[in-house]
Design a protein around this ligand. Structure first.
Ligand code: ATP
Length: 472
């Protein structure tokens, strides 16, 4: 490894550390069950985290459902009939090959080991072929924990999370019930319901945001790979002849979504799947440059008629569509856009976290969230805590703003510290009530990015903030 690479790696590790620590310290993300020693690859969103996650979901919902007349929403259940997972191929095929490091007994995903070592492995390889690759490349493979090169044979490990929910469905009572491994199956099994109830015609889409669960083996990389995570998926049903065109359009639109969200273009790239699953027509991922490198943020897939055909076969129900104009009957093709709330969250934080040297030689950390995503839009401060007339005025302003924007009232510590804190949680505007306010009914509005303060009449605050928050 060259010195330069060394330094880059260190910087990236530092950045990851910085993000993890800020997220914990400021109440964005907590490791789950911390008082019991933690629970691997499960995380909780704290007071600011839940605001940011909600804003991400709202932006997605707006771009997908609100702004498209022919896309409707759905909220299907986490539990589904076990047959759903037979039909989707998850109970037989949703597996990762795993090997154990003989030195430290860490279990590692073999596809990750081979990828890190620059060895090409086909997704369709059998366990035997994978094990052959493991043997042949032994020297190149490195345990991420202890650096050892000695691994056990690879074994397949199913990613679906089982539950012990009583399964009383007559024929299937011996089959385990799963927590869903992806949200889209809930969409496919409701295709007919939506078609019959929502006055939609092909082409149309069904969008859903919801939790998914996977027995992920590699529990690293913070919220990038969680065992309980949230997906934002949209399945677009089209005529088979329109699938290619629609796929191209959705690729462009999903790329644009991240640019509109304020993500820097240079931190995004397309990655084409080298090995398509047998039914797929095309599969590309949008990757984001996380502190640990470019990794999948969203998948855009042309899935053909596989999913509806499978569910038609396993359920015995007709899931075809009859065109009301031409009377043509067919199984629609599906174009899927599949994004993760958590991966978007981490991408946004990585993109906006900034350290700045100030004129007085001090340093500040500031999260330059786009205003739409900022957890708190406005913070209101009385200059001093022990001056009742300042506190009263600041409270009045806060009470007046809180029903329109997510606001925070803070009278803790000195004003400089309060600004730093709001910078770290990315609040675009801080309003301060000071002694001049009592004389002339004006307050200062401080801009997070420029740190400039401007005096504004109290009666103009509403208008002023509305205007500023609406600007990109
Ligand atoms: P990877 O190859 O990184 O495991 P995947 O290809 O299995 O991801 P998909 O099944 O295509 O992912 O899921 C769609 C989206 O769901 C992903 O692009 C990602 O944003 C999100 N996602 C998948 N698995 C996880 C996870 N374990 N933690 C957080 N988000 C996830």
């Amino acid at each position: 490894m060259t010195k330069k690479q060394d330094k880059n790696n260190l910087q990236n590790e530092d950045l990851m550390e910085e993000i993890i620590s800020l997220c914990k310290r400021r109440g964005f993300i907590f490791p789950s069950s911390e008082i019991y020693g933690g629970f691997s690859a499960v995380y909780d969103y704290g007071p600011y985290g839940v605001e940011l996650a909600n804003n991400i979901k709202a932006a997605w919902w707006k771009a997908m459902v609100r702004e498209n007349e022919n896309i409707v929403g759905l909220d299907s259940s986490i539990f589904m009939h076990p047959k759903v997972w037979e039909a989707s191929g998850h109970t037989s095929g949703f597996a990762d090959p795993l090997a154990e490091c003989k030195g430290c007994h860490t279990r590692v995903r073999v596809d990750h080991l081979l990828e890190e070592a620059g060895v090409f492995a086909d997704e369709k390889m059998s366990a035997e072929e994978i094990n052959k690759l493991l043997k042949e490349n032994r020297e190149k493979l490195k345990c991420p924990k202890c650096g050892g090169h000695n691994f056990s044979e690879a074994k397949e490990f199913n990613l679906l999370v089982q539950s012990n929910l009583g399964n009383f469905t007559s024929d299937w009572s011996k089959t385990p019930v799963y927590l869903r491994g992806e949200t889209c199956q809930g969409i496919y099994i409701n295709f007919k319901n939506v078609l019959d109830s929502a006055r939609v015609k092909i082409p149309f889409g069904i969008a859903q945001i919801g939790k998914a669960f996977r027995n992920e083996i590699t529990a690293r990389q913070f919220i990038f790979r969680k065992r309980e995570f949230e997906q934002m998926e949209m399945q677009y049903f089209v005529h088979p002849d329109e699938s290619d065109k629609s796929y191209k359009e959705w690729k462009e639109r999903r790329w644009q979504f991240y640019l509109n969200l304020g993500i820097k273009k240079e931190n995004l790239k397309w990655h084409e799947h080298e090995n398509l699953v047998f039914y797929a027509k095309a599969a590309w991922d949008i990757e984001y440059k996380y502190p640990f490198g470019f990794k999948e943020l969203e998948g855009v897939h042309a899935r053909g008629d596989y999913d509806l055909k499978q569910h038609a076969k396993y359920s015995g129900k007709d899931l075809s569509y009859r065109d009301p104009q031409t009377n043509e009957k067919y199984i629609p093709f599906v174009v899927e856009t599949s994004a993760g709330v958590d991966r978007t969250f981490l991408a946004v934080i990585t993109d906006v976290i900034t350290k700045e040297k100030l004129e007085d030689g001090s340093e500040r950390t500031v999260m330059k969230f786009p205003k739409e995503l900022a957890p708190i839009k406005i913070a209101v401060f009385p200059l001093l805590k022990n001056k009742p007339e300042l506190v009263k005025k600041a409270r009045e302003i806060y009470d007046n703003l809180k029903s329109q924007h997510m606001c925070e009232f803070d009278d803790n510590g000195n004003i400089g510290k309060r600004y730093r804190r709001q910078d770290e949680i990315g609040t675009p505007y801080c309003i301060t009530v000071d002694f001049e306010t009592l004389k002339d009914e004006t307050v200062t509005i401080r801009d997070r990015d420029t740190m400039e303060q401007e005096r504004v009449k109290i009666k103009k605050i509403n208008e002023e903030l509305k205007m500023r928050l609406a600007k990109k």
